[in-house]
Design a protein around this ligand. Structure first.
Ligand code: PAF
Length: 258
């Protein structure tokens, strides 16, 4: 497994791959878990070559404390990638990936302002900008994203369509713990009490109650609620549990009039 830590290293590696070989990419911010493993496994099944990017992208963090406390576990990540048969890890530095210091960016001005975007101004500009850079550099045929970040997935698909980018965006199902909490790198920041309590989140989200009622019940349980909203057939929500922001989404209940 190659560790590519500069743009040059990635570009030279990419040039060495024969034109008839397909490259798949799994973009990540590290702190890999079983959700990432499932993306990597699918990427490996569907492509000749699999590259995983690991880059904690500062431009998508609107809260400096969230960025400062984002888990970094490179040695574990490397071992997971090795075990999953990844061909290369791309792990650039900020200055390499942003030679313009983020003067230029990709922006979507409608749906990126809703749901998570309403609570994290600029977040999706950062996501779209870094994903476009990764696609331009790695030139993947396919790119793998988890449905847990449903809004991100829709916006990445929209960007690929809008800019005629030659990459297929592959949506992969959310992987959950046995108590249904969606796997997330942020879960490891939960204390054991908050981790137990967090299971109420997917539980309440999956009921047939209205979105407003689910928000009310989550607040009654002591969570700080950013939003619970039904949007394009999904029930999407973000909450804070012990200071850790958790997001999730499920098909919206059919009984509601919307
Ligand atoms: O989902 C993530 O981990 C990040 O938003 C991504 C897609 C790697 C961009 O930094």
């Amino acid at each position: 497994m190659k560790i590519l830590d500069t743009i040059n290293a990635l570009q030279n590696w990419r040039k060495s791959i024969a034109h008839d070989k397909s490259v798949g990419i799994v973009p990540t911010m590290g702190a890999l878990h079983d959700g990432h493993r499932s993306l990597i496994a699918r990427c490996r099944r569907e492509n000749d070559i699999c590259v995983v990017s690991i880059f904690v992208n500062p431009t998508q963090f609107n809260d400096p404390n969230d960025l400062a406390t984002y888990p970094v576990t490179f040695e574990e990540d490397r071992a997971i990638c090795e075990a999953e048969g990844v061909d290369a890890i791309f792990m650039p530095q900020y200055g390499d990936l942003y030679p313009d210091d983020y003067r230029y960016r990709v922006s979507e001005d409608r749906e990126s302002c809703l749901l998570c975007g309403a609570h994290r101004p600029g977040h999706f500009d950062g996501v779209l900008s870094v994903v476009m850079k990764l696609f331009n550099l790695a030139q993947p045929r396919r790119a793998y994203f988890g449905e847990k970040d449903w809004q991100q997935l829709q916006l990445v698909k929209g960007m690929v369509d809008a800019f005629f980018m030659p990459v297929s965006v592959v949506a992969c199902p959310t992987v959950r713990e046995t108590d249904d909490l969606a796997l997330s790198s942020r879960n490891r920041r939960l204390t054991s009490d908050h981790r137990k309590k967090a299971a109420r989140f997917p539980h309440l989200l999956s009921t047939d109650a209205s979105a407003a009622e689910v928000a009310r019940l989550l607040k009654t349980d002591g969570f700080e609620v950013d939003y619970v909203e039904d949007f394009r057939g999904r029930r999407c929500a973000a909450i804070h549990c012990g200071g850790v922001r958790l997001i999730d989404n499920l098909p919206a209940p059919k009984t509601e009039d919307r």
